[in-house]
Design a protein. Structure first.
Length: 254
């Protein structure tokens, strides 16, 4: 178990802040205030290759975000899109990321899990298959060069993450210099999260993107679901920001 860094909320300290704020709830949000992404079913499974011209991705309806996680600033030129598909075994996610320059760890083996990946360009998905337990969820990260990280998160008075957890998720990334868009495709086994995918069932989820060079004060840290507690140093780990991942019933063939 690796030591929590400043990237993860010090929940005891945050509790004091919330106590002062009174109205801020970092664990739950009303249903009417939540963002929604619809995941469409497909018949056949496939291995990710980050080619997002495949039929399922042309039929899935993406959501998008350009919101700074810590303020009201927006970055329309970096608007990030996310779409989702599902089969009985896997949750699929696709990301489209416009960029100006890239900031990645150079000359490293992308097959090896990369700690502190969030300090470079990356997309992230926080997935909570059991919304009734908001403090327990899973984190998946992929960079433009296909470096990756997955974590099991437990929040609470003594926050912890299981860095040794291995989801077995598959992923691929592509960089298109002509369009200045990098793409990511993820295939996440539902069984790795002790979950079942069923039509009509909702999970909780949030999406994030870290972009640019420098430290957290100068980089673009963006989120799909708006964080209830913001400002310098605010963490992505606020389950009240999670939107709804809804598994639709209409079948699309792959």
């Amino acid at each position: 178990m690796k030591k929590l860094t400043r990237r993860y909320f010090l929940w005891s300290a945050m509790g004091a802040v919330v106590g002062k704020a009174m109205a801020v709830n970092v664990f739950s949000k009303s249903e009417t205030a939540r963002e929604v992404i619809v995941s469409i079913p497909v018949k056949d499974d496939w291995r990710p290759d980050a080619d997002l011209s495949k039929v399922p991705w042309t039929r899935a309806v993406p959501v998008q975000f350009d919101q700074d996680a810590r303020s009201d600033t927006r970055y329309p030129e970096f608007t990030t899109k996310v779409a989702s598909c599902w089969t009985a075994k896997y949750l699929y996610l696709a990301f489209w990321c416009p960029y100006q320059t890239l900031n990645v760890y150079e000359e490293e083996d992308a097959a090896i899990e990369r700690w502190r990946l969030w300090e470079r360009d990356v997309v992230e998905a926080f997935i909570q298959p059991a919304p009734q337990v908001p403090s327990h969820y899973y984190e998946f990260e992929v960079a433009p060069n296909n470096q990756w990280l997955d974590l099991e998160i437990h929040l609470g008075p003594k926050p912890a993450h299981n860095a040794g957890w291995n989801s077995g998720f598959e992923h691929a990334a592509r960089i298109d210099p002509a369009t200045r868009i990098w793409t990511v495709e993820m295939r996440i086994p539902a069984a790795s999260m002790n979950a079942e995918i069923r039509p009509g069932r909702d999970w909780s989820v949030n999406f994030y993107r870290c972009d640019g060079r420098g430290d957290d004060r100068t980089r673009r840290l963006m989120c799909w679901g708006r964080l209830p507690l913001r400002g310098p140093g605010a963490s992505f780990h606020q389950p009240a920001s999670f939107g709804i991942l809804r598994f639709s019933e209409a079948l699309h063939t792959h």
